[in-house]
Write a protein that binds this ligand. Structure first.
Ligand SMILES: CC(C)(COP(=O)(O)OP(=O)(O)OC[C@H]1O[C@@H](n2cnc3c(N)ncnc32)[C@H](O)[C@@H]1OP(=O)(O)O)[C@@H](O)C(=O)NCCC(=O)NCCS
Length: 399
């Protein structure tokens, strides 16, 4: 069976495949087909397909995305739209597509990959692993009180808020590893965050510092289609005053909604402002990550200039033979170099655990405590743990 990149001419077949896989067989509208055609001409995403003769039987899309990594950015292939027609499942089509996608991402310089899985086990077999932890709150509005900072919150409607909230997001992202830069054209995450949808307004509540007028935090709020729970799509506060101001606005929504739901990174301070038995908090993984290219991923790091020494790291990767080897990682004066080696490894790790340690949540230390890595040289482990630092990760955007 042929495997190739889809072209605009494949849009109708792809729309049918996606409708069967994700929309219960709903007949695709012509506008959806033309949207797919437009996406095909967009160089920042590419879809691989497997054909049985002329019939498209399986597909997977790679979005060219970038993640914020402290002061830097790391390229990531965001995998989406993974699907196979029902009669062809269980024949390894998607396994083949994922292998092809890994090679393609490597060639494009996407040293990391990420995806939202239907099953963690399925993608784990292909080298992806869960990374990052988030909290999902369901917060009764009766637990919230008015705060004086609420008077510094101003409401904008949807996209008109973009230029005001973008710097708030950017600053928040610098402190939470792995958030999307939101500068890649496809998917347009800002549009998803701020656009009005389903004939409903997206309200953007922004806290402005009263002295400088600068935006320091914002949330997006949508009334529910039914039920009593308001949806807070984004909640980013860069100061305690902003946090209190935004909670105050949610208090006033309490005349209309009994609860609000929102997600935050694991270091979110809500429990320091509100604590009650009725506050529901779920701990969830963010998504699944994967190091596509170990050498390129390490080379993308900017180590502390104080770190110096060598690590011999042996990696096992069932899909990517370019990762299955020992690497000599040398740190010196803020520079890092990575080269294959035949020296005896000080640390042995599989690609899933290495991916988690690279994101930094769960941290290398937790992985070691869980028996996920083998260490024979303690100084090398110490150096690796100083290079792959623990982090609070976050990712708001779905693709
Ligand atoms: C998931 C899907 C993409 C797999 O496609 P596929 O071509 O059958 O995949 P492969 O042949 O490479 O792998 C098949 C294996 O996947 C696993 N798998 C399939 N369905 C699964 C399920 N519901 N839960 C867990 N694992 C599953 C099994 O291990 C299966 O092996 P088996 O044939 O021995 O049972 C396909 O079932 C599909 O299109 N589903 C609907 C859309 C969807 O959920 N996409 C994933 C979005 S993240």
């Amino acid at each position: 069976m042929e495997i190739r990149t889809l072209t605009p001419g494949d849009a109708a077949a792809e729309a049918r495949l996606m409708a069967g896989a994700f929309e219960g067989g709903k007949r695709p509208a012509p506008t959806e087909e033309s949207a797919k055609e437009n996406a095909k001409t967009e160089p920042s995403s590419k879809t691989l397909g497997i054909f049985d003769g002329t019939r498209l039987v399986a597909a997977a899309t790679i979005h060219d995305l970038h993640l914020v990594w402290g002061e830097d950015e790391v390229p990531m292939g965001g995998i989406a739209g993974v699907a196979c027609v029902a009669d062809q499942r269980g024949r390894g089509h998607v396994a083949r597509l994922l292998r092809e996608a890994l090679g393609s991402m490597r060639e494009s310089g996407q040293c990391l990959s990420g995806l939202y899985p239907f099953s963690f086990d399925f993608y784990k077999k292909h080298g992806w692993e869960w990374v990052g932890e988030k909290r999902e709150y369901t917060l009764p509005t009766t637990l919230l009180q008015a705060a004086s900072e609420g008077k510094s919150v101003r409401c904008y409607e949807g996209p008109e808020a973009l230029e005001i909230v973008r710097p708030v997001y950017d600053l928040f992202a610098r402190h939470h590893r792995g958030m999307a830069t939101r500068r890649d054209p496809v998917p347009n995450f800002w549009d998803k965050a701020l656009a009005h949808r389903d004939d409903r307004t997206t309200y953007v509540q922004v806290y402005h510092d009263p002295a400088s007028g600068d935006a320091e935090g914002y949330l997006t709020f949508r009334y529910p289609d039914d039920g009593d729970t308001g949806q807070v799509g984004e909640f980013f506060a860069n100061s305690p005053a902003a946090y209190r101001g935004l909670l105050s606005v949610l208090h006033y929504y309490g005349t209309q909604v009994a609860k609000v739901q929102f997600s935050t990174p694991a270091d979110d301070p809500l429990p320091l402002f509100v604590m009650h038995w009725d506050l529901e908090t779920k701990a969830r993984p963010l998504f699944m990550g994967r190091i596509v290219d170990v050498a390129a991923a390490f080379s993308a790091l900017r180590p502390d200039p104080a770190l110096a020494g060598k690590i011999i790291l042996q990696v096992a990767d069932g899909q990517c033979e370019w990762n299955t080897r020992s690497f000599e990682i040398t740190l010196e004066a803020g520079r890092i170099s990575v080269a294959p080696t035949t020296s005896v490894p000080g640390i042995t790790i599989d690609i899933q655990a290495l991916t988690q340690a690279y994101w930094g949540q769960p941290a290398l230390e937790r992985l070691r405590a869980a028996g996920r890595i083998a260490v024979s040289e303690e100084p090398q482990y110490l150096l690796l743990s100083q290079l792959l630092t623990p982090s609070i990760c976050y990712l708001q955007d779905y693709f």
